[in-house]
Ligand binder design. Sequence first.
Ligand SMILES: C[S@@+](CC[C@H](N)C(=O)[O-])C[C@H]1O[C@@H](n2cnc3c(N)ncnc32)[C@H](O)[C@@H]1O
Length: 429
Amino acid sequence: MQVAQLIAASAVAEVLAGHNLTVSMPKALRRVKSATPQQQAAAQDYSYLTLRLYAEAAAYLQALTAKPVTDARVHALLLVALSQLLHGAEDDFTVVNQAVEAAGKTGLRWAKGLVNAVLRNFLRQRSALQAQVSQSEAVQFNYPQWWIDTLKQQYPQHWQSILTIGNSHPPMTLRINLRKTDVASYMQALDDAGIAAQALGGTAIQLQQPLPVHKLPYFDQGWLSVQDAGAQWAVPLLDVQAGMRVLDACSAPGGKTCHLLEASDIDLLALDVEAERLRRVHDNLQRLGLQAKVRTGDAAKADWFDGQLFDRILADVPCSASGIVRRHVDMKWLRRPQDLTVFAQMQQQILLNLWHMLAKGGKLLYVTCSIFQQENEMQIQQFLTMHADAVRLPVQFDASGLPCQQSIGGQLLPTAAHDGLFYALLQKH
Ligand SMILES: C[S@@+](CC[C@H](N)C(=O)[O-])C[C@H]1O[C@@H](n2cnc3c(N)ncnc32)[C@H](O)[C@@H]1O
């Protein structure tokens, strides 16, 4: 699997240079056209493993080298191999031999010797080094220290479980399209196909093992979508009724747009600032047999607004994605503390603008997939001090049968059953 290690190293190097894994991984895969599907899958697994464990692997690497490894690819290859040695499934000597072979393919003559020396030294000194590197909290938890400190301060009871769940493998959860089928019938279809799954409540079914969507029965016929159970709360909370005029202001790729349309016959405008991402909204609407108006537009501006107020607005705003870090393992290394201020400002502009577009008596649901309070509770508190016509309604996570394993107010904490999302429901008086 040295091909897989090389591809993973190339993707990891790009992430460490500041690029998203969703862009870096396909790029790394395209570079090695000869890779088999198994090698591609292994490359994905290795890159995820390495980014989950980056602080730990980097601390060992630092302890094992007298000076930093300056070549980004060799540096990343060592991190990939160390992560495999620390927590991978392959045996140690296979990992080392493959990494040395992979280093030979970088075209750097010195790389093979270095990789060989570092990894063999790791195997020899592992227990002695463990005590040294695991002193730091960043290494114990595999997060940047600022992230750990923020959570400690904001969640004194839950910070450790939040960090731990963020390093676990994410579940694959489905949302059943009630216009086409129901949960019991789809559980039967999964059973007939030999796919183990558990109904979580409401429209949510969790698979025992993630699967490519084309292996799911009736996917092309629109019986289901892939959507985390925590994200499925948006629709019951927004309380849409037939005939309402609804805005989904940050809609792409259309998960919640389609859920809203599956639940009620509404007049829905799906807006997003990124035209490219809106293509996926069109695709999802088509696959699920649903209809909406779809428009490119900035939710912080009014140039797309026709002046007709909305009865319901969903503001699923851009955020740090800190509540779904187990799905986007690169985020914890790409984010900087100052990003929270930038996101909070962007979110505030969107919220202030959308408020003018809400009818009296109408409801706006503010949503993030973040656990940082700057983007969540603090954002809403600030909004309420500025708007005497806004009333905050309670967010009740016991209303629809969907799972809620742990929550604090409108904050769903990440758990085995759902991601970490924040919900605030505001009504205009
Ligand atoms: C969390 S995602 C939305 C996910 C979507 N609601 C769903 O359930 O599939 C946030 C979206 O906000 C969009 N966005 C970012 N800034 C925006 C803005 N100023 N106006 C409208 N959309 C924006 C992004 O392009 C992204 O698609």
